[in-house]
Design a protein around this ligand. Sequence first.
Ligand code: ATP
Length: 632
Amino acid sequence: MSGMMNAGAAWRLLRTDPSVGDQRVARDTVKRVVGFARPHRRIIAVFLALTVIDASTVIVTPLLVQKVLDKGIAAGDRSVVTWVALAMAGFAIFSAVLGVVSAWLSSRIGEGLIYDLRTQVFGHVQRQSMAFFTRTQTGALVSRLNNDVIGAQRAFTSTLSTTVSNVIAVLVVGVTMLALSWQVTLLCVALFPFLFLASRWVSARLAGLTREQMNGNADLGNVMTERFNVGGAMLLKLFGRRHEEDALFASKAAVVRDLGVKITLTTRVFGAAMVLVPALATALVYGVGGQLVISKSLSVGTLVALATLLLRLLGPLQGLSNVRIDIMTALVSFERVFEVLDLPSLVQERPDAEQVPPGAASLEFDDVSFTYPGSEELSLPSLEGVARPESGSSGPVLQGLTFAARPGEMVALVGPSGAGKTTVTHLVARLYDVDSGAVLVGGSDVRDVTLQSIEDAVGYVTQDAHLFHDTIRNNLLYARPGVGDDAIWGALEAAQIATMVHRLPDGLDTVVGDRGYRLSGGERQRLAIARLLLKSPAIVVLDEATAHLDSESEAAVQRALDAALEGRTSLVIAHRLSTVREADRILVLDEGRIVQQGTHGELLAEGGLYADLYRTQFLDDSAVSEEAAARA
Ligand SMILES: Nc1ncnc2c1ncn2[C@@H]1O[C@H](COP(=O)(O)OP(=O)(O)OP(=O)(O)O)[C@@H](O)[C@H]1O
């Protein structure tokens, strides 16, 4: 921690973006930053005090050198030499201890701040509505936040301490040098503007290059994350795109390589200037100071002290010339984090929200219309260009939907692809809010009850049931933490998957793999059903996807579904003949409207869209024969 700027600090300084210095940061941001610092204020105060002590003691060694040369060596006084040498050693130990303590305090402040920001951001982001997650490239958001959180932390550790330390060092060293020899000091200082100009030029150029390199790296990262997950890797293989992918990756990696070379070269030019200016200034000190020593107006000790002090003035002076950019960079990082923290969720819980009535099992849609939120309702300016949200709204997806499911009833949704079936199911657990009309669970508008109670009342099995990369046990416990193995096996049994789990070498402790890819589609779906059974909600929403199941696992899934639906109110996106036959009511959706509703028999007799869907979607050969048998 000397006053001299270290290489790391110089490098960071060069990598910051000078254009940031021109940005305006809201006054509120500064206030909020202070708010974040408040819990750490005691440590910050001690840390700053140590920084001041450290910066003001940079003159100690040069002054001791002066003393040993003039009063010790030149005067032939051995005791002075001994004392000064001991003082030097003592001071070195003191500095080292100070350095360690300062680093410890600084990391406690920095890591504490990172912790505060991270936990707040995580809590806030996970409470965002689904619209946020469908519109934002979550990977980009995560990496952006990681960088910004670290940028913000830097404000409290390096930026704050280097600024304080630089100011003190410039004052103390400057005054000491002037006191030692104002003529030599002024001469040397005249050289510094050249160094500043060089560093300005290099930092502007380097900032541009660095930004390009970051984009290039982000591009590379995207290519890798998209291709190295199970889905991407599979697509790549199935389409035989190895060579094209190699070429694509190579071209992107080449951009990063070339930029890396340019950056090194530019940095080197700057490094040369960093070495050259102090070397020239030192030459000047000895050239001019040497003359003064010969004419006896300066002592040798003072000359050497001046030369040493000069080197300690350079770094702090240069650091101060960039202080505005440094501070703005940190504030901009804070602002980006705050922007995410300030983003309101499109689905808000009312302050006076109540619980869903106990045992609520009815479901009602009352004249519901819905449009997916557009980017104007949900935008994150700092992510534009990184995550590219689609623009504009898609127009109404559901219009004037009215239907009801009494407790224990099964309502089936059918309709062509894109008719809005999945969207209807999303509205039940308030993943989105309706534009007009109301969704009622147990007679309460879902907007009047707590999100937790609605999430508890409704259970989902979606088409591509998500499993965490964790053990089967932990995936199941997600639905109901703390239940014993008996309950888990009971649910697995009912979901027709117990035998398969028993056969696995690690049983319940088998890790399911990324997104559950180590399991077959049917197995994954049955695990999801077991998870639902453990949760045991009164209302079940499920998307029957059977396209990827063979007839055996389809039969198993069917039995599992029967268990899941038993005694519960259900809303089912139906793909099976048996489901539509059993449904108490079938809603036929087309372009976001209910065009027909009734039982299977009624709708078949009515003809129209249902009859068409029946022929194209539900009726396969076996069904034909079943129907024929039933009629006979
Ligand atoms: N997150 C979203 N943002 C904007 N539009 C969406 C979103 N999800 C779906 N849509 C649009 O809403 C319409 C209805 O989609 P939905 O998924 O509800 O249809 P579906 O009947 O379930 O279709 P499928 O049977 O093919 O699954 C489609 O036009 C779709 O493009």
